[in-house]
Write a protein that binds this ligand. Structure first.
Ligand code: DX5
Ligand code: ZN
Length: 237
């Protein structure tokens, strides 16, 4: 894989399927080694879950962790902000070395504020993503959808890894894909494994986050290869 330029990664990564292992499930005592393993296995993107204990009932990592990770990989860092104040944190994660930042529409004070956050990301040359909880209708993101590089459809309630995939989100993936241009990405996150990834790929997803089913697998390269081939096969059917 050729080195990736810093900044908005989504236009340069090819058609996919793109596999984005979620560090939430990694062994943080050896995070550098774990990143090397998934990158050697072909993971195109590293997904970084940021939780503030308010927007979701869990705490994870902040800008200093992203800064350290930045030093050990040239793969794009795809930061998923699960925080109540995305406008405040966007700058901090940009400084820390994120390449793309995705934030929740539910954390915004209306579509206008979401548009302002997207502009902040654009001004910094970063990728801009919008996401929504499973209970939030797709229409909630429609006012800003033309401005983003990526939409992330949550297929679990955000907050924890290792949850069961919510199959009732598949129709939402299809609806949102029908609103997107070809150059915009559709990412899914939560409960992605070899028997759920195909449903998402068939509905139009092209970026696949997977935590437990990559990092807790006894054979990480085989897990990534299995996800990739299941997604590619579902696309062709
Ligand atoms: C959940 C996070 C996910 C999580 C996915 O709030 O956004 O990225 O790590 O974990 P798995 O793949 O284990 O369901
Ligand atoms: Zn995530």
């Amino acid at each position: 894989m050729s080195p990736v330029q810093r900044g908005n990664p989504w236009a340069t990564l090819g058609d996919g399927p793109l596999i984005a292992p979620s560090l939430l499930a990694c062994d943080f005592a050896r995070v550098g080694e774990q990143i090397d393993t998934v990158v050697a296995a072909g993971a195109e993107v590293i997904h970084v879950d940021v939780m503030d204990g308010h927007f979701v009932p869990n705490l994870s990592m902040g800008p200093p962790v992203v800064q350290s990770i930045r030093r050990v990989t040239d793969r794009p860092l795809d930061v998923h902000l699960m925080v109540t104040d995305p406008a405040y944190y966007v700058e901090r994660f940009a400084e820390a070395g994120a390449d793309s930042v995705t934030f929740h529409i539910e954390a915004c004070d209306g579509a206008d504020q979401a548009g302002e956050i997207i502009s902040m990301l654009r001004d910094r040359g970063l990728g801009a993503g919008i996401t929504l909880r499973p209970g939030t209708p797709a229409e909630a993101i429609r006012p800003v959808i033309e401005q983003v590089d990526l939409v992330l459809v949550m297929t679990v309630e955000p907050g924890y890894g290792g949850q069961e995939f919510m199959a009732d989100q598949v129709d939402k993936i299809g609806d949102i894909r029908s609103w997107l241009r070809d150059d915009q990405r559709l990412e899914v996150d939560g409960g992605i494994k070899s028997d759920t990834i195909g449903l998402c790929a068939a509905a139009g997803a092209d970026v696949f986050v997977a935590g437990v089913n990559v990092f807790r697998s006894p054979n990480i390269p085989a897990a990534i290869a299995g996800l990739r081939s299941a997604a590619a096969q579902a696309r062709q059917e």
